[in-house]
Write a protein that binds this ligand. Structure first.
Ligand code: ATP
Length: 293
């Protein structure tokens, strides 16, 4: 028997690094917005050969237990005492190592598929299994707009903030940036609490569907190092701004940029301007679609 699951992507509308822990991890305060465009699809065959197989539509993506989705399946089987014979096929649309959480989302989608089929883990054990796989995996288990703290695993869901007003455009420059690189190059003086009031503004904007307020609340502590290192990102940000973006920022650890526009018509104009100026070999552009859980 086969089943299919959508594996969302995400952007971070706000990402403040609040502390560096002695173990090297960073504590954050971040706003995750789940997107179902772009998204991956995962198909599972429950009655394959013994073991766990993971393949994908993307040549070069790690397979089987080297893929985060395979590690998620193995962790579930171990925690639940199951003997797997599962094959997962991932149709990849979300860019890899892009700050959009693709791998983490695939892992969470596999945990959801397994939990739906076997129901073998309690909610806390499932959440702990997700966290062991990666800091962003717990968010994707539920995929609801959330403010996350800790290393990104403590959530609150502010009321009436699920949707994002305006229209989102995502621009990926076709080169990967590892989260490790972004955190290593974060200037230590940036780390600390935020007294700018931006988070409150952002949440007010989401609640009131006020796109200008949302744009004024956009922040990412990790982006300064990325804009410094990669001139293409500075150029893309400029083109987004010159073509009507109210905010243009890196998502997560980059290098994907998102532009927030007043409406879909403005977004379409910016998309056309980008595509006129940059070839499909140098950038991939997506209209962002917010996932409503
Ligand atoms: P995040 O926003 O969580 O930091 P990201 O978008 O920056 O995520 P991912 O796309 O999740 O990064 O993947 C980063 C690394 O994980 C890549 O080196 C990739 O080879 C590896 N990886 C393993 N499994 C997967 C998967 N299913 N999808 C994407 N990448 C995977």
């Amino acid at each position: 028997m086969r089943q299919m699951e959508i594996s969302c992507s995400k952007i971070n509308l706000y990402l403040k690094v609040t502390a560096r822990r002695p173990d090297g991890y960073h504590e954050l305060e971040t706003v995750f917005l789940p997107l179902d465009a772009p998204a991956d699809q995962i198909e599972v065959d429950w009655e394959d050969e013994p073991g766990i197989r993971v393949v994908s539509s993307l040549p070069g993506l790690p397979e089987n237990l080297d893929n985060l989705a395979g590690r998620a399946a193995a962790a579930y089987a171990r925690a639940a005492g199951l003997t797997p014979s599962w094959r997962f096929h991932i149709v990849k649309q979300v860019p890899v190592a892009a700050g959009m959480g693709g791998g983490s989302s695939n892992a969470a989608a596999v945990l959801r598929l397994l939990q739906r089929r076997f129901g073998a883990l309690s909610e806390p054990v499932l959440a702990e299994t997700a966290l062991q796989l990666g800091a962003d995996v717990p968010f994707f288990l539920h995929g609801r707009t959330a403010v996350a703290t800790g290393v990104g695993e403590i959530f609150r869901y502010p009321e009436h903030c699920a949707n994002c007003p305006g229209a989102l455009l995502l621009v990926n420059p076709r080169f990967p940036v590892s989260a490790k690189w972004a955190y290593t190059h974060l200037a230590p003086e940036r780390i600390g609490a935020d007294d700018s009031g931006k988070l409150a503004l952002l949440l007010e904007g989401l609640r009131d569907s006020d796109v200008e307020k949302v744009a004024a609340g956009v922040l990412n502590d990790l982006s300064a190092a990325l804009f410094d290192k990669f001139p293409l990102l500075r150029l893309l940000r400029r083109v987004l701004r010159e073509n009507g973006a109210l905010a243009a920022e890196v998502t997560g650890s980059g290098p994907t940029l998102f532009g927030l526009f007043p409406d879909a018509a403005a977004r379409a104009r910016a998309r056309a301007a980008l595509q006129e100026r940059f070839s499909p070999e140098s950038i991939v552009v997506f209209d962002g679609g917010v996932h409503r859980a």
